[in-house]
Write a protein that binds this ligand. Sequence first.
Ligand SMILES: Nc1ncnc2c1ncn2[C@@H]1O[C@H](COP(=O)(O)OP(=O)(O)OP(=O)(O)O)[C@@H](O)[C@H]1O
Ligand SMILES: [Mg+2]
Length: 384
Amino acid sequence: MNDEIMNLIGTIANPATKKTLGVENRIKEVLVNDEKVTIKYDREGISPTEKRVIEDSIYGLLKSKFEEDNITIMTVSKDSKDVFTGASEKKQEQPQQPKASIQAGHGPAGANKKRIPNVKKILAVSSCKGGVGKSTVSVNLAITLKNMGMKVGILDADIYGPSMPLLLGQRNAKPAANDNKKILPIEAHGLKFISFGLFIQEDDAVIWRGPMLGGVLNQFLFDVEWGELDYLIVDLPPGTGDMQLSMVQATEVDAAIVVSTPQQVAILDSKKGMKMFEKTNVPIIGMIENMSYFVPDDNLEKKYYIFGNGGVKKACAELDTQFLGEIPMEISLRESSDNGIPYMSLKEYEGRPVWKSYMNLAKHIEEAMSEKTKKGFFSKILGK
Ligand SMILES: Nc1ncnc2c1ncn2[C@@H]1O[C@H](COP(=O)(O)OP(=O)(O)OP(=O)(O)O)[C@@H](O)[C@H]1O
Ligand SMILES: [Mg+2]
Protein backbone atom coordinates (compact mmCIF):
# COMPACT_ATOMS: atom_id res chain seq x y z
CA MET A 1 0.00 0.00 0.00
CA ASN A 2 2.78 2.45 0.96
CA ASP A 3 4.64 1.78 -2.30
CA GLU A 4 1.47 2.07 -4.30
CA ILE A 5 0.76 5.49 -2.77
CA MET A 6 4.36 6.57 -3.16
CA ASN A 7 4.21 5.70 -6.88
CA LEU A 8 0.90 7.45 -7.28
CA ILE A 9 2.12 10.68 -5.69
CA GLY A 10 5.36 10.32 -7.59
CA THR A 11 3.44 11.07 -10.79
CA ILE A 12 2.55 14.60 -9.61
CA ALA A 13 4.51 17.27 -11.46
CA ASN A 14 6.45 19.87 -9.49
CA PRO A 15 5.12 23.14 -10.99
CA ALA A 16 8.50 24.77 -10.29
CA THR A 17 10.52 22.38 -12.48
CA LYS A 18 7.85 20.47 -14.45
CA LYS A 19 9.53 17.22 -13.37
CA THR A 20 7.60 14.68 -11.33
CA LEU A 21 8.03 14.41 -7.57
CA GLY A 22 9.11 10.80 -8.17
CA VAL A 23 11.88 11.75 -10.58
CA GLU A 24 13.08 14.43 -8.19
CA ASN A 25 13.03 11.96 -5.32
CA ARG A 26 11.02 14.35 -3.15
CA ILE A 27 8.72 11.91 -1.40
CA LYS A 28 10.38 11.15 1.88
CA GLU A 29 7.77 9.10 3.67
CA VAL A 30 4.38 7.50 3.23
CA LEU A 31 2.76 6.09 6.36
CA VAL A 32 -0.57 4.32 6.27
CA ASN A 33 -2.28 3.66 9.57
CA ASP A 34 -5.76 2.12 9.24
CA GLU A 35 -7.77 4.68 7.33
CA LYS A 36 -5.20 7.46 7.84
CA VAL A 37 -2.24 8.38 5.69
CA THR A 38 0.70 10.71 6.30
CA ILE A 39 2.83 11.97 3.42
CA LYS A 40 6.11 13.77 3.91
CA TYR A 41 7.78 15.47 0.97
CA ASP A 42 10.74 17.75 0.33
CA ARG A 43 9.54 21.26 -0.50
CA GLU A 44 12.95 22.81 -1.11
CA GLY A 45 12.66 25.56 -3.75
CA ILE A 46 8.87 25.30 -3.96
CA SER A 47 6.89 28.53 -3.48
CA PRO A 48 3.74 28.63 -1.32
CA THR A 49 1.55 28.79 -4.41
CA GLU A 50 3.30 25.83 -6.03
CA LYS A 51 3.10 23.99 -2.72
CA ARG A 52 -0.62 24.55 -2.73
CA VAL A 53 -0.86 23.08 -6.25
CA ILE A 54 1.10 20.00 -5.22
CA GLU A 55 -0.98 19.47 -2.10
CA ASP A 56 -4.23 19.88 -3.94
CA SER A 57 -3.00 17.20 -6.37
CA ILE A 58 -2.14 14.91 -3.46
CA TYR A 59 -5.62 15.36 -1.99
CA GLY A 60 -7.09 14.78 -5.46
CA LEU A 61 -5.19 11.54 -6.04
CA LEU A 62 -5.92 10.13 -2.60
CA LYS A 63 -9.53 11.13 -2.24
CA SER A 64 -10.85 7.84 -3.54
CA LYS A 65 -8.80 5.97 -0.94
CA PHE A 66 -8.95 8.25 2.14
CA GLU A 67 -11.24 10.85 3.68
CA GLU A 68 -9.72 14.32 3.29
CA ASP A 69 -9.61 14.70 7.07
CA ASN A 70 -7.48 11.57 7.29
CA ILE A 71 -4.79 12.83 4.94
CA THR A 72 -1.86 14.55 6.63
CA ILE A 73 0.77 16.23 4.53
CA MET A 74 4.11 17.26 5.99
CA THR A 75 6.96 19.03 4.31
CA VAL A 76 10.69 19.13 4.94
CA SER A 77 13.20 21.63 3.67
CA LYS A 78 16.74 22.67 4.54
CA ASP A 79 15.80 25.87 6.34
CA SER A 80 12.69 24.71 8.16
CA LYS A 81 11.58 22.06 10.54
CA ASP A 82 8.93 19.65 9.37
CA VAL A 83 5.87 21.76 8.73
CA PHE A 84 2.43 20.35 9.20
CA THR A 85 -0.25 21.22 6.71
CA GLY A 86 -2.72 18.38 7.15
CA ALA A 87 -6.34 18.75 8.08
CA SER A 88 -6.88 16.23 10.82
CA GLU A 89 -4.28 17.13 13.43
CA LYS A 90 -5.41 19.29 16.32
CA LYS A 91 -2.05 20.83 17.19
CA GLN A 92 0.03 22.92 14.84
CA GLU A 93 3.56 24.09 15.35
CA GLN A 94 3.88 27.84 15.23
CA PRO A 95 7.21 28.86 13.71
CA GLN A 96 8.87 31.99 15.13
CA GLN A 97 8.67 33.90 11.85
CA PRO A 98 5.50 33.91 9.79
CA LYS A 99 6.12 31.17 7.27
CA ALA A 100 4.34 30.49 4.02
CA SER A 101 3.55 26.99 5.13
CA ILE A 102 1.16 28.13 7.83
CA GLN A 103 -0.52 30.72 5.67
CA ALA A 104 -1.18 28.49 2.69
CA GLY A 105 -2.41 24.90 2.81
CA HIS A 106 -5.08 23.12 4.75
CA GLY A 107 -4.00 23.73 8.34
CA PRO A 108 -6.33 24.35 11.25
CA ALA A 109 -6.48 27.73 12.96
CA GLY A 110 -3.37 28.97 14.69
CA ALA A 111 -3.27 29.29 18.44
CA ASN A 112 -2.21 32.93 18.66
CA LYS A 113 -5.18 34.67 17.10
CA LYS A 114 -5.65 38.25 18.15
CA ARG A 115 -8.76 40.35 18.39
CA ILE A 116 -8.79 43.88 17.06
CA PRO A 117 -9.10 46.25 20.01
CA ASN A 118 -12.49 47.99 20.15
CA VAL A 119 -13.95 45.96 17.28
CA LYS A 120 -16.87 44.07 18.74
CA LYS A 121 -17.81 41.66 15.94
CA ILE A 122 -16.12 40.46 12.79
CA LEU A 123 -18.45 39.09 10.12
CA ALA A 124 -16.98 37.39 7.06
CA VAL A 125 -18.94 37.51 3.81
CA SER A 126 -17.96 34.63 1.61
CA SER A 127 -19.10 32.84 -1.53
CA CYS A 128 -18.18 29.69 -3.39
CA LYS A 129 -18.25 31.34 -6.80
CA GLY A 130 -17.28 34.76 -8.09
CA GLY A 131 -19.70 37.38 -9.34
CA VAL A 132 -22.62 36.34 -7.14
CA GLY A 133 -22.86 39.77 -5.49
CA LYS A 134 -20.70 39.26 -2.42
CA SER A 135 -19.30 42.80 -2.48
CA THR A 136 -22.72 44.31 -3.17
CA VAL A 137 -24.10 42.39 -0.19
CA SER A 138 -21.15 43.41 2.04
CA VAL A 139 -21.55 47.07 1.30
CA ASN A 140 -25.35 47.26 1.52
CA LEU A 141 -25.50 45.14 4.63
CA ALA A 142 -22.90 47.46 6.17
CA ILE A 143 -24.99 50.52 5.32
CA THR A 144 -28.14 48.86 6.68
CA LEU A 145 -26.44 48.09 9.99
CA LYS A 146 -25.14 51.66 10.06
CA ASN A 147 -28.66 52.95 9.43
CA MET A 148 -29.76 50.87 12.42
CA GLY A 149 -27.35 52.92 14.55
CA MET A 150 -24.23 50.81 14.51
CA LYS A 151 -20.62 51.76 13.79
CA VAL A 152 -19.48 49.69 10.84
CA GLY A 153 -16.24 49.14 8.94
CA ILE A 154 -15.46 47.10 5.84
CA LEU A 155 -12.24 45.26 5.18
CA ASP A 156 -12.09 44.44 1.48
CA ALA A 157 -9.92 41.33 1.50
CA ASP A 158 -10.63 40.50 -2.12
CA ILE A 159 -7.14 40.82 -3.45
CA TYR A 160 -8.03 39.66 -6.97
CA GLY A 161 -10.99 41.97 -7.48
CA PRO A 162 -11.12 44.67 -4.84
CA SER A 163 -14.33 46.56 -5.49
CA MET A 164 -14.93 48.65 -2.36
CA PRO A 165 -13.28 51.83 -3.72
CA LEU A 166 -15.68 51.66 -6.69
CA LEU A 167 -18.77 50.68 -4.68
CA LEU A 168 -18.17 53.48 -2.18
CA GLY A 169 -17.22 56.08 -4.79
CA GLN A 170 -13.64 56.38 -3.58
CA ARG A 171 -11.56 55.23 -6.53
CA ASN A 172 -9.01 58.02 -6.13
CA ALA A 173 -8.73 57.98 -2.36
CA LYS A 174 -5.31 57.39 -0.85
CA PRO A 175 -5.14 56.34 2.81
CA ALA A 176 -2.88 58.38 5.08
CA ALA A 177 -1.00 57.28 8.18
CA ASN A 178 -1.24 58.90 11.62
CA ASP A 179 1.59 59.76 14.03
CA ASN A 180 1.59 56.21 15.40
CA LYS A 181 2.17 54.93 11.84
CA LYS A 182 -1.30 53.45 11.76
CA ILE A 183 -3.21 53.51 8.48
CA LEU A 184 -6.28 55.71 8.55
CA PRO A 185 -9.24 53.98 6.89
CA ILE A 186 -11.15 55.91 4.24
CA GLU A 187 -14.54 57.17 5.39
CA ALA A 188 -17.48 57.22 2.99
CA HIS A 189 -21.27 57.06 3.38
CA GLY A 190 -20.83 56.76 7.14
CA LEU A 191 -18.58 53.67 6.89
CA LYS A 192 -14.86 53.19 7.37
CA PHE A 193 -13.14 50.95 4.88
CA ILE A 194 -9.81 49.70 3.68
CA SER A 195 -9.10 47.83 0.46
CA PHE A 196 -6.19 46.45 -1.54
CA GLY A 197 -7.65 48.52 -4.34
CA LEU A 198 -6.57 51.71 -2.56
CA PHE A 199 -2.93 50.68 -2.78
CA ILE A 200 -2.67 49.38 -6.34
CA GLN A 201 -3.42 50.77 -9.77
CA GLU A 202 -6.76 49.50 -11.07
CA ASP A 203 -5.17 47.80 -14.08
CA ASP A 204 -2.29 46.22 -12.16
CA ALA A 205 -2.04 42.48 -12.54
CA VAL A 206 -1.36 41.58 -8.94
CA ILE A 207 0.31 38.34 -8.07
CA TRP A 208 0.47 37.93 -4.32
CA ARG A 209 1.88 34.84 -2.76
CA GLY A 210 0.86 33.29 0.55
CA PRO A 211 3.22 35.12 2.91
CA MET A 212 2.60 38.50 1.26
CA LEU A 213 -1.14 37.98 1.51
CA GLY A 214 -0.95 37.11 5.18
CA GLY A 215 1.29 40.11 5.84
CA VAL A 216 -0.95 42.65 4.16
CA LEU A 217 -4.05 41.14 5.70
CA ASN A 218 -2.49 41.39 9.15
CA GLN A 219 -1.72 45.03 8.48
CA PHE A 220 -5.32 45.64 7.44
CA LEU A 221 -6.59 43.96 10.58
CA PHE A 222 -4.21 45.33 13.16
CA ASP A 223 -2.42 48.36 11.73
CA VAL A 224 -5.51 50.22 10.60
CA GLU A 225 -6.94 52.77 13.00
CA TRP A 226 -10.40 51.21 13.04
CA GLY A 227 -11.47 52.99 16.21
CA GLU A 228 -14.60 51.71 17.86
CA LEU A 229 -16.69 49.44 15.66
CA ASP A 230 -19.76 47.35 16.32
CA TYR A 231 -19.12 45.42 13.10
CA LEU A 232 -16.16 44.84 10.86
CA ILE A 233 -17.46 43.23 7.68
CA VAL A 234 -14.87 41.35 5.67
CA ASP A 235 -15.46 40.92 1.95
CA LEU A 236 -13.50 37.75 1.18
CA PRO A 237 -12.43 36.54 -2.27
CA PRO A 238 -14.62 33.71 -3.64
CA GLY A 239 -13.82 30.12 -2.67
CA THR A 240 -11.58 28.72 0.02
CA GLY A 241 -8.10 29.95 -0.72
CA ASP A 242 -5.12 31.35 1.12
CA MET A 243 -6.88 34.54 2.09
CA GLN A 244 -9.68 32.75 3.92
CA LEU A 245 -7.17 30.66 5.83
CA SER A 246 -4.93 33.61 6.64
CA MET A 247 -8.00 35.43 7.88
CA VAL A 248 -9.26 32.75 10.24
CA GLN A 249 -5.74 32.10 11.47
CA ALA A 250 -4.98 35.74 12.19
CA THR A 251 -8.06 36.75 14.12
CA GLU A 252 -11.23 35.47 15.71
CA VAL A 253 -13.90 35.73 13.06
CA ASP A 254 -17.17 35.80 14.97
CA ALA A 255 -19.36 34.50 12.18
CA ALA A 256 -19.57 33.97 8.44
CA ILE A 257 -22.35 34.23 5.89
CA VAL A 258 -22.31 32.66 2.45
CA VAL A 259 -23.75 34.43 -0.59
CA SER A 260 -25.00 32.51 -3.60
CA THR A 261 -27.27 32.98 -6.58
CA PRO A 262 -30.05 30.42 -7.15
CA GLN A 263 -28.26 28.93 -10.11
CA GLN A 264 -24.71 28.96 -8.87
CA VAL A 265 -25.30 27.11 -5.67
CA ALA A 266 -23.03 24.12 -5.89
CA ILE A 267 -23.65 21.82 -2.97
CA LEU A 268 -20.20 20.27 -3.01
CA ASP A 269 -18.39 23.61 -3.15
CA SER A 270 -20.63 24.99 -0.43
CA LYS A 271 -19.93 21.97 1.75
CA LYS A 272 -16.20 22.50 1.30
CA GLY A 273 -16.49 26.17 2.19
CA MET A 274 -18.59 25.51 5.24
CA LYS A 275 -16.30 22.76 6.41
CA MET A 276 -13.36 25.14 6.28
CA PHE A 277 -15.11 27.64 8.54
CA GLU A 278 -16.34 24.96 10.91
CA LYS A 279 -12.90 23.42 11.22
CA THR A 280 -11.54 26.77 12.25
CA ASN A 281 -14.38 27.34 14.71
CA VAL A 282 -16.03 30.11 12.74
CA PRO A 283 -19.81 29.70 13.12
CA ILE A 284 -21.73 30.00 9.88
CA ILE A 285 -24.91 31.97 10.34
CA GLY A 286 -26.32 30.76 7.05
CA MET A 287 -26.72 31.42 3.34
CA ILE A 288 -28.18 34.37 1.45
CA GLU A 289 -29.72 34.04 -1.97
CA ASN A 290 -28.81 37.04 -4.11
CA MET A 291 -30.46 37.77 -7.48
CA SER A 292 -33.40 35.56 -6.46
CA TYR A 293 -35.75 37.21 -8.95
CA PHE A 294 -35.93 40.33 -11.07
CA VAL A 295 -38.22 43.21 -10.11
CA PRO A 296 -38.85 45.72 -12.90
CA ASP A 297 -38.87 49.42 -12.03
CA ASP A 298 -42.27 49.93 -13.66
CA ASN A 299 -43.99 47.26 -11.54
CA LEU A 300 -42.45 46.62 -8.14
CA GLU A 301 -45.00 43.88 -7.40
CA LYS A 302 -43.78 41.70 -10.23
CA LYS A 303 -41.24 38.87 -9.80
CA TYR A 304 -39.37 37.24 -12.66
CA TYR A 305 -37.54 34.10 -11.55
CA ILE A 306 -34.76 34.35 -14.11
CA PHE A 307 -32.49 31.83 -12.44
CA GLY A 308 -35.16 29.45 -11.18
CA ASN A 309 -36.97 29.48 -7.88
CA GLY A 310 -35.77 28.38 -4.44
CA GLY A 311 -32.29 27.06 -5.32
CA VAL A 312 -30.50 28.31 -2.22
CA LYS A 313 -33.33 27.41 0.14
CA LYS A 314 -33.13 23.82 -1.06
CA ALA A 315 -29.36 23.83 -0.71
CA CYS A 316 -29.66 25.11 2.87
CA ALA A 317 -31.93 22.22 3.76
CA GLU A 318 -29.43 19.81 2.29
CA LEU A 319 -26.49 21.50 3.98
CA ASP A 320 -28.36 21.81 7.27
CA THR A 321 -27.75 25.52 7.52
CA GLN A 322 -30.02 28.55 7.97
CA PHE A 323 -31.58 30.25 4.96
CA LEU A 324 -31.13 33.97 5.63
CA GLY A 325 -33.38 35.29 2.91
CA GLU A 326 -33.51 36.37 -0.68
CA ILE A 327 -32.38 39.60 -2.30
CA PRO A 328 -34.09 40.38 -5.60
CA MET A 329 -32.49 42.02 -8.64
CA GLU A 330 -33.27 45.63 -9.30
CA ILE A 331 -31.71 47.78 -11.98
CA SER A 332 -31.31 50.54 -9.37
CA LEU A 333 -29.10 48.30 -7.23
CA ARG A 334 -26.71 47.72 -10.10
CA GLU A 335 -26.80 51.39 -11.11
CA SER A 336 -26.20 52.73 -7.62
CA SER A 337 -23.26 50.31 -7.24
CA ASP A 338 -21.73 51.54 -10.48
CA ASN A 339 -22.23 55.14 -9.36
CA GLY A 340 -20.44 54.55 -6.07
CA ILE A 341 -23.48 55.41 -3.94
CA PRO A 342 -24.79 52.31 -2.14
CA TYR A 343 -28.48 51.58 -2.71
CA MET A 344 -29.19 51.38 1.01
CA SER A 345 -27.80 54.88 1.55
CA LEU A 346 -30.41 56.37 -0.81
CA LYS A 347 -33.61 57.41 0.95
CA GLU A 348 -35.60 57.27 -2.29
CA TYR A 349 -35.41 53.46 -2.36
CA GLU A 350 -36.91 53.01 1.09
CA GLY A 351 -39.68 50.40 1.04
CA ARG A 352 -38.68 48.86 -2.30
CA PRO A 353 -38.15 45.07 -2.59
CA VAL A 354 -34.34 45.17 -2.31
CA TRP A 355 -34.56 47.63 0.60
CA LYS A 356 -36.95 45.33 2.48
CA SER A 357 -34.68 42.35 1.88
CA TYR A 358 -31.65 44.12 3.33
CA MET A 359 -33.63 45.25 6.37
CA ASN A 360 -34.69 41.66 7.01
CA LEU A 361 -31.20 40.36 6.44
CA ALA A 362 -29.57 42.87 8.78
CA LYS A 363 -32.12 42.14 11.51
CA HIS A 364 -31.56 38.42 11.09
CA ILE A 365 -27.80 38.80 11.33
CA GLU A 366 -27.90 41.24 14.22
CA GLU A 367 -30.18 38.87 16.08
CA ALA A 368 -27.93 35.91 15.40
CA MET A 369 -24.84 37.76 16.50
CA SER A 370 -26.19 39.60 19.49
CA GLU A 371 -24.82 38.49 22.82
CA LYS A 372 -28.22 37.48 24.08
CA THR A 373 -28.87 34.81 21.47
CA LYS A 374 -25.29 34.03 20.50
CA LYS A 375 -24.74 30.99 22.64
CA GLY A 376 -27.95 29.18 21.92
CA PHE A 377 -28.00 30.02 18.24
CA PHE A 378 -24.42 29.05 17.53
CA SER A 379 -24.52 25.90 19.54
CA LYS A 380 -27.56 24.94 17.49
CA ILE A 381 -25.71 25.61 14.25
CA LEU A 382 -22.61 23.78 15.37
CA GLY A 383 -24.60 20.97 16.91
CA LYS A 384 -22.71 21.36 20.19
N1 LIG B 1 -29.41 41.94 -6.39
C1 LIG B 1 -28.78 42.53 -7.43
N2 LIG B 1 -29.50 43.22 -8.36
C2 LIG B 1 -28.89 43.81 -9.42
N3 LIG B 1 -27.57 43.77 -9.62
C3 LIG B 1 -26.81 43.10 -8.74
C4 LIG B 1 -27.36 42.46 -7.59
N4 LIG B 1 -26.35 41.91 -6.88
C5 LIG B 1 -25.22 42.19 -7.55
N5 LIG B 1 -25.47 42.89 -8.66
C6 LIG B 1 -24.51 43.33 -9.68
O1 LIG B 1 -23.82 42.16 -10.11
C7 LIG B 1 -22.44 42.44 -10.32
C8 LIG B 1 -21.57 41.53 -9.48
O2 LIG B 1 -21.76 41.85 -8.12
P1 LIG B 1 -20.52 41.93 -7.10
O3 LIG B 1 -19.37 42.65 -7.68
O4 LIG B 1 -21.06 42.39 -5.80
O5 LIG B 1 -20.19 40.37 -7.00
P2 LIG B 1 -18.97 39.63 -6.26
O6 LIG B 1 -19.50 38.31 -5.82
O7 LIG B 1 -18.38 40.52 -5.23
O8 LIG B 1 -18.01 39.46 -7.46
P3 LIG B 1 -16.45 39.11 -7.45
O9 LIG B 1 -16.36 37.66 -7.31
O10 LIG B 1 -15.99 39.63 -8.79
O11 LIG B 1 -15.85 39.86 -6.29
C9 LIG B 1 -22.26 43.93 -10.05
O12 LIG B 1 -22.38 44.64 -11.26
C10 LIG B 1 -23.44 44.26 -9.13
O13 LIG B 1 -23.84 45.63 -9.24
MG1 LIG C 1 -16.43 41.28 -5.07
